[in-house]
Structures are given as structure tokens and as C-alpha cells.
Write a protein that binds this ligand. Structure first.
Ligand SMILES: Nc1ncnc2c1ncn2[C@@H]1O[C@H](COP(=O)(O)OP(=O)(O)OP(=O)(O)O)[C@@H](O)[C@H]1O
Length: 764
């Protein structure tokens, strides 16, 4: 049997490689121990070997040099040690599954070559690679091409090779359990094996089965904006994680994980993906939600949460549309420019006497506008601050004569006084001189508070300024084009004002507010961030994206989303790509579509895609499972009984279930009812909670980006889902299921399911 002997040959090769890995591990262990004990030795004798002589100038130079040399030696040992430790940790990852693929190819005029591809690289001698890292340039042909001519990007330009074999391995504990030769990009067999594994609370890496389209996303280095539209479950999030790993490898030495930031939909999701990069031997990038990004800047205010935003029904959609738009972003920019000439609002700086400002706001305004027109906002603020600080010096002397100062001196005890003197035995010519000395000390100390206020821009009235901007909006934007009357607008401004009084700010105000703040204060943006990833882009507004771009001017952006799953922005998301592309050079914008859904079985994908009336294209991956089932019940009790039955069934089949409700209130209710019935399930009520094993109950907006073996869509009745714009919500909920989907409802089914093909589901 040909296959068997081939497999035996491969097993022998694997045994050899494993043997070499073991040998190298032994060597590294030794060299690490040696480096460690040398470092300890050096440390222990650090001071013995030093010429500790602090007398003359030249000898102390010697001392410094000697310290420096010793430190350098330590550092070198340390580096060697770190290098070996890193290699060892790569080998640890390789020892279980050294590689997952082999490709044979031939370059024109060269000998045929065979390479093996794994999670890291391994060479037994210099440049003799037994395993190539999956991110190495040549590894790309494994993901990219069919047999025959394939091109890949080598360091010195495009290379074409003739690929003659592509083989995939399943290896467990050093044994090849299966292998396939394939002509496809990545054989479906291998993918099926991977996809059939059960879900867990942690996302897994997809290195072994990256698909061709996904590979394009992962290895793209040319675009300033890489925009990915991908169906639910098409691997957008997986592609991000692999892409970060790829970039860290490709730009090793120049790029670290702290130069990469990822904006994710919620904290739960961060938890879900946190192991992917470490498993590939990389560190996690900076990860936060947009909410965290903005709210840490306004500690004194409560920023509207995901929950409030989702449950807020009062929002006027015309006004929201305007405030979320690029038009509004540009209006803030124009308004800020106009402030260079006029209109800045200031606050008095108070010191001691609240009735008599220390610096009057009119005076500050005079200073601010005293500079010529070449001064832009940042210089104006800086020079105003300088002027105020330097005028503080002139305020010391007059202040020493104020009554509060002599009162303070009288109230000090000896110990406090001693602290004010330069030396304990300081002498003065006269008591008047002494008093004057102390007075100056006290005043200077106290004026530091004023200096701090100046440095913190406390003389600016940012909230007032933002309201002034809002009031100026009718002059900056033609409101009628947005179907908003001036009266409606002014009423809205009053609402914003009231919420400021209550220390609250809405999501639609926080970004314009911070943008205005940044422009006015000339706050420096983050030039160090090199890559920014935004997942679930459909939930961002054009304003937010423009603001992120402004914040990270040097970063290349990767934005991924599914316009079919817009929960917060709904219809606006349809024009999102058009709006975003205005922010980037069209020549440096790449758009990739992922249409195949890998998460769910064919039955589920074929079902869920019908919910979208005219959605983006979605193809099912051919993996089998049960058809989705509807449970129609007459009352709440009937619904709970159905739920209990489903949970039992899922438990027996060892499927992890998430019960997804529309609102938080419903989730809480379901949780209580299950408790009464002695069924264990964890309610996930906030994004700050951890993901745990077992059955989960969560509201729709927290389920973003997650996946579960089985999903129960709770109460999909007409009462709950009837608005057309709830389609995307329903789609997001149902597309979380990998293998089994059950939908429970009371009385009448939501009309959003009206167009279902009867063959795609069952009734139970
Ligand atoms: N090439 C692949 N090989 C193996 N598994 C894959 C591949 N691509 C995607 N998957 C699996 O499909 C599932 C969905 O992937 P992922 O969560 O990245 O999709 P998504 O596009 O971000 O989905 P959504 O927008 O619905 O949140 C995951 O379980 C992932 O591991």
C-alpha cells in the first residue's frame, strides 16, 4: 500500500526531527544554566571586582568605567540567556506538533526542495531549516496556491516556483495520525477535522488551515487601510489574530506588541481571544473597547454604556445621524480653526479669594488673542500658559503682603517652621527679613497649586466650549439637509447641557467633545502606534473612525466587520465603507470580502442567511448538523419547559449552550426561572464579566464576536422582534451557533422570519 509506506517514511522523518529537537533542547538547557550561574557569579562578585575609589576625579572615572564594564558583561550574559530561553520556548511548542504541512517545489534552474511548515522555525545548523515558521515568506505558497506555478513575496521581490506537492499532517504526541495530499488551497478534510472540535471559552489559532482569502488579509503590508467585509463566522477575528502574529514576525526588531492596538466590541471578547497570540509565542497587543478609550479621558463624567446605548429608545435618529457623520467631524475642525480668531471661552483661576479671581478670564482671553495670526491653537495655548506661569513670579512679592500669609506664619509650629528654612541654623539679619523669607516660601508653595491648574488647562472651559460649538452648528451645517429643524436642534443642545450638569455624556457626544478638546489644547496624538485593528467595524460611526484615525496618525488600519450585523448603527452602516474611504488615500486602500462561513454547519448558515433580506453574500461551508428548530409555546411556562428540555438534550450531547435574549432584563428573568428549576447557568450581565464553562445566558449586545456549540434564541416572538431594523440583531444572535440552533417563541413568531424556506428548519 503506497499510502502506508509514504506515511512510514514521513513518520521516520518526524522521528528524526523530534530527535534533533530533543538534542537541541538539551544543549539549550545547559547553556541557559551556564549563563544563569555565570550571571549569578558576576552579580555576587560585582563589588569585589570593582575598584571602589571615590577620592580623586580620575579614579572615580575608573570606578564608573569598571561598573559600566561589569554591567555590560551582565547584560551580555542576560541577552544570551534570554535568546536561549526564547529558542527553548519555541522548541517546547514544536515538540508536540513540530509541523503541520509539507510542500515540495522547484525554483527555475534550481534543485527541487522540500520544506516542512510549523508554528515556529527550527534549524539544526546555521540556515539548515528543518522547520519553517508559517510566517516565513516561502510558507505563503502553502496557503495561497494550487499545485503548479505559484508566486510569493520574497524579501527581494516576487518569486515564482513550481509547486509539486502539498501535504498536510495531523500529528498527536509525536505520531502522525493522518495525512492528506491536496491540490486545494487547504484541503477541506483538514478544515473539517479542525471545525468539528467543540467550542471552548477560548478562541483557537487557525494557523494550520488559513484559507487563501484570509491569507491575503494576514500578509497584506501595503495598504494604509485594509477593509474586510466578512460574513458572520468567516474568520475575520481569527484573521486579525494571525495578522498580528505575522506582522510581529515580519517586522521583528522594529515592531513590538505595544505598537499594535486592537479595538474590540467588548471586554468579554478580549477575554475570549487572549490566548491566541501567546499560544503562537507572541505577546498580546494593546486591547481595549472604544468605550474604554474615550471614558478614561473624562474621569469626572459618566459615559453612556453599551447597555444604556442599546436600551435607549428616545434617540432622535436624524440628530444621531448628523452627530455620527464625517460632516460633523469636519464641522468640529472648522469650528476649532475659527477659535484661532475668536470665541474661546475661559474660566477664572481662583486662588484663596473666590470673589476676586487670581487670573480673570477676560485677562486670560486678552493674552490668548494677543499673539499674531501665525499662532495656531497649540502654540496659543502653550504661549498663554508660559505667559501665565511667568507672571506668577511677579505675583509672589505682592502676595507676601497679604493677611493670609502672616496668619499662616503665626499658625505654624516649630517643626513646620523648621521645614521652611534652608538649613536648621539659618540666620537672618532681622526678624523682618526672616518673616519676609518665610512669607515668600509659603507663597511660592501655595502658588504651585495655581501653576498646576494652569498646566492642566483648567483655565479653559471645555464643556462650555462644546456647548458653544453645538449652538454654532446651524451656522456651520445646513440642518435642513439632515431633516432637522433649528428648534429641534436647540432643544437637543439644552438636553446635552442638562446631561453635563448631571455629569453624564452620551456616546454620540463624547467623540466630538474629545476631538474639540484635543484640537483646542493641542494635545499630541499617538505617533508611536503603528497598526490599529478595529473589529466589528459596523458598530462604529464614521465620526468615531475619523477620530481614531486622528489619534493614531502614523498607524495602518485594518478594519473588519459584517455590515449585516450592525446592532448599534443599523442602516447607517450601509454607507460606512463609502464614508471611511474618504479618510484614506484610495490607492492605499484594499478591500477584501470573505463570503464563506466556517463557524456554522451548512444547515445553520443556510438558515440564518435567509433572515437578511438583501444582505452581503454568504456561502456555507459543507459541514453537517441538525436543522434549526422552532419551539412554539402558548405561554411563558411552556417556553421555560421547552428551554429546560433543550438544555438537557445539549448537556447530554456535551454541547456548550448560550441562551441569548434580546435585552438584559429578559436575560435576568431567564436566569431566575432556571434557578427556580435548579438548572445551573451563568448570567452574563456586563461586559466586565469573565467567560466561564457551562451554560451561559446573555443579552444580544454582549454576544458580539463570540460563538457557542449551541444557541437558544430566546423569545423570538412577534412582540419582541418586529421592527425591520431588528433584523441584524436577530442575525447576530442566530449566527453565534456553531452546530445547533433552537428558537423559542410564544404565540406568534416574529414577522422577520416570514420569508423562510420550510425545508430549512423543523418545528418541535
Ligand atoms: N481557516 C480557518 N480554519 C479553521 N477554522 C476557521 C478558519 N476560519 C475561521 N475559522 C473558525 O470559524 C469560526 C469563526 O471565526 P471568527 O470568529 O474569526 O469569525 P468572524 O468573521 O469574526 O465572525 P463574526 O463576525 O460572526 O463574529 C471560529 O471558530 C474560527 O476558529
Amino acid at each position: 500500500m503506497v499510502k502506508e509506506t509514504e506515511q512510514q517514511k514521513e513518520q521516520k522523518h518526524l522521528d528524526d526531527v523530534l530527535g534533533l529537537i530533543k538534542t537541541r533542547q538539551g544543549q539549550l538547557d545547559k547553556s541557559i544554566n551556564r549563563a544563569q550561574s555565570e550571571a549569578q557569579n558576576l552579580n555576587a562578585h560585582f563589588f569585589d571586582d570593582l575598584k571602589l575609589d571615590y577620592d580623586g576625579y580620575s579614579t572615580s572615572m575608573d570606578t564608573a568605567l569598571s561598573i559600566h564594564q561589569q554591567q555590560q558583561m551582565l547584560q551580555e550574559r542576560q541577552n544570551a540567556w534570554q535568546h536561549s530561553a526564547k529558542q527553548l520556548s519555541t522548541l517546547k511548542r514544536l515538540e508536540k506538533k513540530p509541523y503541520f504541512a509539507r510542500v515540495d517545489f522547484q525554483e527555475k534552474g534550481e534543485d527541487p526542495e522540500t520544506i516542512y511548515i510549523g508554528l515556529g522555525s527550527f534549524a539544526d545548523k546555521d540556515d539548515h531549516f528543518l522547520i519553517y515558521d508559517w510566517r516565513a515568506p516561502i510558507s505563503s505558497i502553502y496557503y495561497d496556491g494550487k499545485l503548479g506555478e505559484v508566486t510569493y513575496n520574497a524579501p527581494d521581490g516576487e518569486q515564482t516556483v513550481n509547486m509539486t506537492k502539498k501535504r498536510q499532517f495531523l500529528i498527536e504526541d509525536g505520531k502522525i495520525t493522518n495525512m492528506f495530499d491536496t491540490n486545494e488551497s487547504i484541503g477541506d478534510q483538514m478544515l473539517l477535522n479542525v471545525l468539528n472540535e467543540k467550542s471552548s471559552t477560548q478562541m483557537k489559532s487557525i494557523v494550520t488551515t488559513i484559507q487563501r482569502e484570509q491569507n491575503k488579509i494576514i500578509r497584506n503590508t501595503s495598504a494604509d487601510l485594509l477593509f474586510v467585509q466578512g460574513a458572520a463566522g468567516s474568520g475575520k477575528t481569527s484573521a486579525i489574530m494571525q495578522r498580528v502574529a505575522y506582522l510581529l514576525y515580519r517586522y521583528r526588531g522594529n515592531l513590538t506588541s505595544s505598537d499594535v492596538i486592537m479595538f474590540s466590541p467588548n471586554q468579554l471578547f478580549n477575554d475570549y481571544v487572549k490566548n491566541v497570540l501567546p499560544e503562537m509565542g507572541e505577546q498580546n497587543m494593546v486591547q481595549m473597547t472604544y468605550w474604554q478609550f474615550v471614558s478614561r479621558r473624562v474621569p469626572g463624567m459618566d459615559v453612556e454604556t453599551l447597555f444604556e446605548q442599546f436600551e435607549d429608545k428616545k434617540q432622535d435618529s436624524h440628530i444621531a445621524n448628523l452627530k455620527d457623520s464625517l460632516t460633523f467631524f469636519n464641522a468640529v475642525t472648522r469650528y476649532a480653526n475659527h477659535l484661532e480668531k475668536n470665541g474661546m471661552l475661559f474660566r477664572n483661576i481662583i486662588f484663596k479669594d473666590p470673589k476676586k479671581p487670581f487670573y480673570d478670564k477676560e485677562k486670560i482671553k486678552e493674552i490668548y488673542y494677543s499673539f499674531n495670526e501665525n499662532y495656531h491653537l497649540r502654540n496659543r495655548i502653550e504661549t498663554t500658559k508660559e505667559a501665565l506661569i511667568s507672571s506668577l513670579n511677579h505675583r509672589v512679592e505682592p502676595e507676601t503682603r497679604k493677611a493670609w500669609v502672616s496668619r499662616t506664619i503665626e499658625s505654624l509650629d516649630q517643626e513646620q517652621l523648621n521645614k521652611l528654612y534652608d538649613r536648621p541654623d539659618q540666620e537672618f539679619e532681622s526678624s523682618a527679613k526672616e518673616e519676609h523669607f518665610l512669607a515668600r516660601k509659603i507663597v511660592i508653595n501655595q502658588l504651585k497649586k495655581v501653576a498646576r491648574k494652569i498646566n492642566q488647562n483648567r483655565f479653559l472651559n471645555i464643556r462650555g466650549q462644546y456647548l458653544a460649538f453645538l449652538r454654532a452648528v446651524p451656522k456651520l451645517i445646513d440642518l435642513s439637509k439632515w431633516n432637522i429643524t433649528e428648534d429641534q436642534w436647540h432643544e437637543h443642545v439644552e438636553q446635552v447641557k442638562q446631561s453635563f450638569i448631571d455629569h453624564k455624556i452620551k456616546m454620540s457626544d463624547i467623540s466630538p467633545y474629545l476631538y474639540l478638546y484635543d484640537l483646542v489644547t493641542g494635545r499630541r496624538t499617538d505617533y508611536s502606534m503603528r497598526y490599529a485593528f478595529i473589529d466589528e467595524i459596523q458598530d462604529y460611526t464614521p465620526f468615531q473612525l475619523a477620530y481614531l484615525k486622528y489619534n493614531f496618525p502614523r498607524a495602518k488600519f485594518t478594519m473588519l466587520g459584517d455590515l449585516n450585523q450592525a446592532i448599534f448603527t443599523k442602516d447607517e452602516s450601509k454607507t460606512l465603507l463609502g464614508q471611511i474611504s474618504k479618510l484614506f488615500d484610495p490607492k492605499k486602500t484594499d478591500v477584501v470580502q470573505l463570503t464563506k462561513s466556517y463557524r456554522s454547519t451548512k444547515e445553520l448558515t443556510d438558515f440564518t442567511k435567509q433572515i437578511l433580506r438583501q444582505g452581503e453574500k454568504i456561502e456555507a461551508f459543507d459541514r453537517q448538523g441538525p436543522k434549526p428548530a422552532f419551539y412554539k409555546r402558548d405561554d411563558k411556562n411552556g417556553e421555560y419547559d421547552a428551554l429546560v428540555d433543550i438544555l438537557k438534550e445539549n448537556d447530554e450531547a456535551k454541547l456548550t449552550t448560550a441562551i441569548i435574549t434580546k435585552t438584559l432584563e429578559q436575560a435576568q428573568k431567564v436566569s431566575e426561572e432556571l434557578k427556580k428549576r435548579n438548572i445551573k447557568a451563568t448570567l452574563v450581565a456586563s461586559a466586565n464579566q469573565r467567560l466561564v464553562e457551562g451554560t451561559l445566558i446573555m443579552p444580544s449586545y454582549l454576544a458580539k464576536g463570540l460563538e457557542f456549540d449551541a444557541v437558544v434564541a430566546w423569545d423570538v416572538s412577534k412582540d419582541d422582534y418586529h421592527e425591520l431594523d431588528e433584523t441584524q440583531l436577530l442575525y447576530t444572535i442566530t449566527s453565534r451557533a456553531m452546530y445547533k440552533l433552537d428558537l423559542i417563541y410564544k404565540n406568534q413568531l416574529s414577522p422577520l422570519f416570514d420569508n423562510l424556506d420550510k425545508n430549512t428548519y423543523v418545528n418541535k
